[in-house]
Ligand binder design. Structure first.
Ligand code: KG4
Ligand code: ZN
Length: 342
């Protein structure tokens, strides 16, 4: 099959995503997800964070079985696939290369086109999928372990960065805070659970860059504030205040995310808001954004949890607007770790 440009919502796509520690494959037809398989690597838990070399090795073990599972769940064979999409970056370079090599191999088998796709565009494009698809224009807050940004989405093929973190990502701050409170990795779900028993007003944590009109984020000061708070409280003090510390820390992360979204809404003409990235699974964040949208009469799109965290269905959705590379041109194509390909 040959394709000469982006296809929009046509055809059946097999997509692969291996930018970090989740090995993912999905089959998507138009806006409909036929399968979306995510194998989260538990191997990193004992290290308290993602170890790049371990991630690459695990992707090597898992990529084949995960692709097989995605095809089986979609009740299709590779012969019924029109093109193969894959995350080209940004991400961990070794991890990306495993997914890219797998995708090249699968596409080559039938000389299918390959669609190298941007990971962040994937988080935005998760909103284009069923159920209740959202089409541009909308503003999307993407907050994950590796990225935090506000995307102004005016067409399906890209987005404008309205603001982004100047240091840590929101998920990174959450994971590091959770670790200081003795919670495992990844810390988001555990911190949220612990915070349910705590009082968010019990401690006063700083909301980064709360003065001024800017749309950028900063979480490093918040992290340092927790280090000092734990030092002042001492081991026993931390132990007896863990739930309150978790609630107040989480509240400061959420407050900053919502504050920046609110500022962006004040300067732009947006009628719809979407959330993406793993942190978008956070209950208090979802509730606060829902409240903001209700107050301002805006449509809110909250994708299902499986489309918030890293997944390959979102890569398939974004790939509909990627430039397809014909066989065998893509055999020399490389992944990229950060920023944009030159
Ligand atoms: O998008 P994602 O799966 O992978 C990256 O691209 O980073 O996001 C993972 C991040 C982690 O930092 C994790 O702690 C955070 O999302 N996370 C949460 C929740 N679930 C996952 N953060 C806050 N609350 C949650 N419920
Ligand atoms: Zn991600």
């Amino acid at each position: 099959m040959t394709e000469s440009g982006p296809t929009g919502f046509g055809g059946t796509t097999l997509a692969i995503e291996t930018s970090c520690d989740d090995t993912c494959a999905a089959v998507v037809r138009g806006r409909r997800i036929l399968s979306n398989v995510i194998s989260s690597q538990r191997a990193h838990e004992r290290f308290g964070g993602v170890v790049p070399e371990v991630a690459s090795r695990k992707h090597l073990e898992l990529a084949g079985p995960v692709v097989d599972a995605a095809l089986a769940e979609a009740e299709l064979t590779i012969d019924e696939i029109d093109r193969v999409a894959v995350t080209a970056g940004p991400g961990l370079i070794g991890a990306l290369l495993v997914g890219l090599s797998t995708a090249k191999g699968l596409a080559s088998r039938r000389e299918l086109p390959l669609l190298p796709t941007d990971h962040l565009q994937g988080h935005v494009a998760a909103n284009f999928l069923e159920p209740e698809p959202l089409d541009p224009p909308f503003i999307c807050l993407v907050a994950s372990g590796g990225h935090t940004l506000l995307a102004g989405v005016t067409d399906h093929s890209g987005f404008e960065v309205l603001g982004e973190t100047l240091d840590d990502a929101a998920g990174e701050a959450i994971d590091k805070g959770a670790r200081m409170l003795g919670l495992g990795f990844p810390g988001g779900p555990a911190l949220q659970k612990l915070a349910e028993d705590g009082d968010p007003d019990a401690f006063d944590f700083p909301v980064g860059m709360s003065n001024g009109p800017g749309l950028d984020f900063s979480f490093s000061g918040l992290k340092t504030a927790l280090v000092y708070k734990c030092r002042d409280l001492g081991e026993e003090g931390v132990e007896s205040n863990r739930a309150d510390l978790a609630a107040a820390y989480q509240a400061a992360v959420v407050a900053q995310l919502v504050d920046r979204l609110e500022r962006a809404l004040a300067v732009g003409q947006w009628e719809a808001v979407a959330l993406g990235g793993g942190v978008a699974a956070n209950g208090p964040l979802r509730a606060a954004v829902a409240d903001l949208c209700e107050r301002q009469g805006l449509r809110l799109k909250l994708v299902p949890m499986a489309l918030c965290t890293d997944n390959a269905a979102m890569i398939a959705a974004a790939s509909n607007w990627s430039e397809p590379l014909p066989w065998p041109e893509y055999l020399t194509f490389d992944a990229f770790a950060t920023g944009e390909r030159a």
